[in-house]
Design a binder for this molecule. Structure first.
Ligand code: NAG
Ligand code: NAG
Ligand code: NAG
Ligand code: NAG
Ligand code: NAG
Ligand code: NAG
Ligand code: NAG
Ligand code: NAG
Ligand code: NAG
Ligand code: NAG
Length: 233
């Protein structure tokens, strides 16, 4: 009598597995102050003054910077990096997409971007607004998950006479697949970048909970089915 009901087991198992492994894309935002992802390379040009990137925070404004955007909620974490001619930087992450955001300004530097060593594109704001917040400087999609990717950039002054040849970097967004990054708990945590390492840690518990919950639900259903069977006998 149990045989026909046991045939439900594959279905129940499939449902339990499906409910825990659904595609789960999430965006995480990383602040320019997070040096686990961002590397700010000092201006290597031969021109004086050879200024490094200025890291602006609410408590450490840049007194010598020519670009001084007002502190608004449109600036992520109220921090940004201000670079000048030849200033360079990079962002290393794991995920399927990346978006680099900054603050556009009038007469800015021309920023050239490189993705995994390949020169991809440049960003240059030719408008006349003093500042444009949350401006998308660079993006890349359809990247292979679970390997390191690096976006690099260099600032190029576009004029020789201006004073505002800067670029202001604010934050980055990375799209991560939570199901994927959390699957092999042991390998992803050892080789993963901080982007996946932090995610996999927090998500492993959720997955485990889902599996346990699914198995418990399945056990209850089977138990009820068996009890019903006995009553009818
Ligand atoms: C992540 O952010 C980008 C840029 O804002 C957006 O286009 C994309 O739809 C977002 N993806 C998810 C999964 O939220
Ligand atoms: C915000 O910026 C401060 C430095 O001003 C930094 O210590 C903190 O970690 C940042 N917060 C986030 C969420 O990145
Ligand atoms: C910015 O740099 C790109 C690539 O080198 C170049 O094609 C473009 O003309 C430059 N734009 C300006 C305004 O300098
Ligand atoms: C750079 O681009 C070339 C041609 O598009 C491609 O074959 C190569 O794999 C790329 N290299 C990297 C590191 O992405
Ligand atoms: C800015 O650049 C865009 C696209 O390259 C162009 O269509 C537009 O005319 C430019 N605007 C100015 C003020 O130069
Ligand atoms: C920016 O740096 C380049 C390369 O070192 C140099 O040729 C150019 O004159 C510099 N521009 C300004 C405005 O300093
Ligand atoms: C800088 O030079 C450009 C042309 O190269 C000119 O249009 C602009 O007025 C100059 N700006 C200043 C402040 O001299
Ligand atoms: C996320 O990863 C899981 C597990 O590798 C995979 O089955 C799923 O297709 C991925 N989702 C997306 C949108 O790439
Ligand atoms: C990681 O997991 C794989 C199989 O899931 C196992 O073969 C391997 O020994 C594990 N590595 C470590 C360091 O635990
Ligand atoms: C990936 O990047 C992280 C952080 O920069 C680094 O610790 C790790 O060694 C890199 N992994 C590989 C395989 O390059």
């Amino acid at each position: 009598m149990l045989v026909p009901h046991l045939s439900l087991l594959p279905l129940l198992l499939t449902l339990a597995i499906l409910s825990t492994s659904q595609a789960d894309l999430t965006n995480i935002t990383i602040d320019d102050s997070d040096l686990a992802y961002f590397t700010w390379i000092q201006n290597t040009g031969s021109f004086l003054p050879n200024l490094p990137w200025a890291a602006i925070t609410p408590t450490s404004p840049c007194v010598y910077c020519s670009a001084r955007p007002p502190q608004t909620a449109d600036i992520y974490n109220q921090t940004w990096h201000d670079g000048s001619n030849n200033s360079a930087g990079s962002f290393t992450f794991q995920g399927s997409a990346v978006y680099m955001y900054g603050i556009d300004l009038k007469d800015p530097a021309n920023i050239s971007f490189t993705m995994d060593g390949n020169v991809s594109t440049f960003h240059y704001y030719n408008g006349s607004e003093p500042f444009v917040f949350k401006s998308l400087f660079f993006s890349a999609k359809d990247l292979i998950e679970n390997v390191n990717h690096t976006v690099s950039w260099v600032l190029h002054a576009t004029r020789t006479n201006g004073t505002t040849q800067a670029a202001l970097f604010d934050s980055a967004i990375v799209t991560v697949n939570q199901s994927q990054t959390s699957a092999p708990a042991n390998s992803s945590s050892s080789t993963g970048s901080p982007a996946t390492a932090t995610k996999s840690k927090s998500h492993a518990g959720a997955i485990a909970g889902g599996v346990v919950g699914g198995l418990a639900a399945m056990a209850i259903i089977v138990l009820v089915a068996m009890l019903l069977l006995r009553r009818r006998m």
